[in-house]
Design a binder for this molecule. Sequence first.
Ligand code: LLP
Length: 435
Amino acid sequence: MESRLSLFPLNTEATQKGHLVIGGCDTVELAAEYGTPLYVYDELTLRNCCREFRNEFGQRYADTTVLYASKAFLNKAIANLLKEEGVGLDVVSAGELYIAKSVEFPMDMVYLHGNNKSVEELKMALKHHIARIVVDSYDELRTLAAMAEEGGHIPDILLRITPGVDAHTHSHITTGVTGSKFGFPIFDADEAVDRAMSAPSLNLIGLHFHIGSLISDVQPYKEAIDTVLDFAAGMRDQHGLELEELDIGGGFSVPYTMEDKVPEVSVYAEVIVSRVIRKCKQLDLPLPMLTIEPGRAIAARAGVALYQAGVIKNVPGLRKYVSLDGGMADNIRPALYDAKYVATVANRMQEGDTDKVTIAGRFCESGDILVRDIELPPVMAGDIIAIPGCGAYCLPLASNYNASLKPAVVMVTGGKARLIRRRETLKDLIADDLL
Ligand code: LLP
């Protein structure tokens, strides 16, 4: 049991009476006060992850910019914290940009991505003079050039290149392979550079790639860096492209179970930085600004989902189910990606793991299983189940399936909890309906 604690936020411990405590807050008390399902974010862990990326990359490569991939989870409180930590934002929609605006996030630290940005989104990006628009297609290049010409503001752009590198991750989250819907395939990107450079209303600053998510092997980063820098050198020779910025996207992995082997941030930093420096030297390219876009690796560990156990069902000879008051509506990842999680019983931390159970959600799908075959202390109805590693890609993918209510979210630090998103209400469910 002790070892599972390492998957929880930095500030996690068990009290003598066997309660799980995060950021100085007793999770059993949090569940009683705010209800369940409840998502708890530990402020120190979030800040620490931001600092780790800034320090590990920054000390090896001074000209590094860290952007947080908002899609992992963004709300006003998180955006505010990132602003305080000097981390920028990668946004992919008017919605994410709007959240950033709502806390006066510095727009010169915001990048807009997306394979099908709407005219409204491009307009919004131009209006707010955001730092970069990462152009993903010929259509977008054309539309943006025309809009910028009309609007009079020349945006700084990056071109997203698909390097044809397989990051060996789940097929749903692989994006670097040839044939991906994202970016310009590298064999068809010369023309994009040419057009971007000859458009007077656009300022081409550099290139971007993102090869996938949950990448636990550093090799694909090396291949993608080599491939894209080779391409940049070719473009310098052919079109006079001066690569001022190389944005290598995100994808840094985190452990979800004790079996997961994941490189430290320092290892990613060392491999990536040394590769960029070596390759640039080899190609006689000036060192570009380096941009990274971690999402999961900043948010995942900070977030813990708390649920209350309800029905316990024993299927004789087969398995025992512990059913929770949440499930796939707040965490679709096991159903969507076969994602693995562990759990603990937050009010029985001192008891031994003697019972093998499967943790099921409450939604009307057989696939709504959060954790299969895990050893826990014997669970009783009313117990609080805590699942670590829920800070990234759970809440943003949450739905109202079965007309369920999206969970409340609290931020904890120094023994204090504050609500950073209220629980949805039944009224919210019909607020947009018209008869
Ligand atoms: N940059 C770009 C352009 C991206 O598309 C993404 C993620 C990131 C950065 C951040 O990647 P990260 O560092 O978080 O791996 N819903 C999936 C993950 C989808 C990731 C999509 N793009 C999941 O739950 O595993």
